[in-house]
Design a protein around this ligand. Structure first.
Ligand code: IPM
Ligand code: MN
Length: 359
C-alpha cells in the first residue's frame, strides 16, 4: 500500500516525538512492504517565526494533498501571557481543523497495569477502565463569533451548534459504541445551555437508530467528578468541543501520564493524528519527552488506513516497552530511557529483533 502523509512537526517537543513515529512507520513499511511518503508542512509558533503566519497556505495544500496528517504539538510560552498578541500558534491548529473539516476528535483512555502506581486513582478504581471520548471539534464556543469592545472592558464568545454538526459526530460515536460495550454517555450542561438541550434532543432522536446501545446523559460538572470517582462506568463519551477539551485532559491522568494518550481527528475526507499532550517547552530538545502518545496516534492512523495488523503490532510493541520498564522520564524519573531509544526499541519489536521469550 502507498500512502501520502503530511507531517507537521510543530512546536516544543512536537518534532522529537513525531520523529519517533516516523521511525516506527518506516519499520512497519519495511516489514509489511508498504510505502509511506512524507511531505512536511509548518504550523504554530514555528510557522509564525519562519513565515509570519500560524498556518501558511502551503501547509493547507500539503494536507489536502495527503491521505492523512501526522502532527506533533503546538504552543509557545511567549504567547500564553500576551492577551493582545495578533497571531497565536493555536490559531493555526484551529484553522486547520476547520479547513479540513475534522469534526470528530477521538481520544481513547485506557490503563496499563505496569503504570498503576503513577495514576492518582486507587488501583481498585482503575480496574476495567477502557473508554473513548468523541469530542466535537469544529463547532461550539471555539468557533463562534468573538467580540471585544473598543476599550477592552468587555468580551464575548458565542457558543452555537447546528443539528447537522451534532448528527454527524453522534453517528460516529454510536457506531463506535456498537463495536464496544454498547454504552454511550452524552456529556452536556442541558440544565443551563440551549446548545446542550439541542444536543440532547438530537442524540435522543438518533438513539432510535441504535437500539442496541444504552444511552446515558450526564451534566458536565457531574461527569468531571464521575471520571475520577468511577471511570470504569464509561464506554463512549460524546460531547461538545470545549467540554471535550477539558474532560479529555482530566481523563488522561487516569493512565498515569499525559504523554501516553493518542488522538485521531476525523473529517469528511481528511484525518489528522496527534498526541493529546501539548508542546511541553521545558523538555524540548532534551530527548526526554514521551513519544508513546505520538506513536499510538500513528497506530490510529494505520487503523484509519485499514492496516489493522500493522496498528496492532505497534500497540503490542508499546505495551511491551511499558511492561519491560523501557519508559521515559515522565514515567520513571530515575531509571529512564531517552525518547529516541524508545523509538528504536519499538522498531526492534516491530522488526522482530526482540526474542519472543522476552514477552
Ligand atoms: C487540544 C488542545 C487545543 C484545543 C489547543 C492547543 C487549541 O488543547 O487539542 O486539546 O483546545 O483544542
Ligand atoms: Mn486540550
Amino acid at each position: 500500500m502507498e500512502k501520502k502523509i503530511a507531517v507537521i512537526l510543530g512546536d516544543g517537543i512536537g518534532p522529537e516525538v513525531t520523529q519517533q513515529s516516523i521511525k516506527v512507520l518506516n519499520c512497519i513499511a519495511k516489514q509489511f512492504g508498504h510505502r509511506f511518503i512524507y511531505n512536511y508542512g509548518l504550523m504554530g509558533a514555528d510557522a509564525i517565526d519562519k513565515t509570519g503566519s500560524a498556518l501558511p497556505e502551503e501547509t493547507i495544500t500539503t494536507c489536502l494533498d495527503s491521505d492523512a496528517v501526522l502532527f506533533g504539538a503546538i504552543g509557545h510560552p511567549k504567547y500564553d501571557n500576551d492577551p493582545t498578541a495578533k497571531v497565536r500558534p493555536e490559531q493555526g491548529l484551529l484553522q486547520l481543523r476547520k479547513t479540513l473539516q475534522l469534526f470528530a476528535n477521538i481520544r481513547p483512555v485506557n490503563t496499563y497495569s505496569s503504570l498503576e502506581h503513577l495514576s492518582p486513582l486507587k488501583s481498585q478504581q482503575l480496574q476495567g477502565v477502557d473508554f473513548i471520548i468523541y469530542r466535537e471539534l469544529t463547532g461550539g464556543i471555539y468557533f463562534g463569533k468573538k467580540e471585544v469592545n473598543a476599550d477592552y472592558t468587555e468580551a464575548s464568545d458565542l457558543c452555537s451548534y447546528t443539528k447537522t454538526e451534532i448528527e454527524r459526530i453522534a453517528h460516529l460515536a454510536f457506531q463506535s459504541a456498537q463495536q464496544r460495550k454498547k454504552k454511550l454517555t452524552l456529556v452536556d450542561k442541558a440544565n443551563v445551555l440551549e446548545t446542550s438541550r439541542l444536543w440532547r434532543k438530537v442524540v435522543q432522536e438518533i438513539s432510535k437508530e441504535y437500539t442496541d446501545v444504552t444511552v446515558d446523559y450526564l451534566f458536565v460538572d457531574n461527569a468531571a467528578m464521575q471520571i475520577i470517582l468511577n471511570p470504569g462506568q464509561f464506554d463512549v463519551i460524546l460531547t461538545e468541543n470545549m467540554f471535550g477539551d477539558i474532560i479529555s485532559d482530566e481523563a488522561s491522568v487516569i493512565s498515569g501520564s499525559l504523554g501516553l494518550l493518542p488522538s485521531a481527528s476525523i473529517g469528511v475526507s481528511s484525518a489528522l493524528f496527534e498526541p493529546i499532550h501539548g508542546s511541553y517547552p521545558k523538555a524540548a530538545g532534551k530527548d526526554i519527552a514521551n513519544p508513546v502518545g505520538s506513536i499510538l496516534s500513528a497506530a490510529m492512523m494505520l487503523d484509519h488506513f485499514k492496516l489493522y495488523e500493522e496498528a496492532n503490532l505497534v500497540r503490542a510493541a508499546v505495551d511491551w516497552t511499558l511492561n519491560s520498564k523501557f519508559v521515559t522520564k515522565d514515567i520513571d524519573p530515575v531509571n529512564y530511557y531517552f525518547t529516541s531509544t524508545i523509538g528504536d526499541l519499538i522498531c526492534d519489536y516491530v522488526t522482530e529483533k526482540i526474542p519472543s521469550d522476552v514477552n
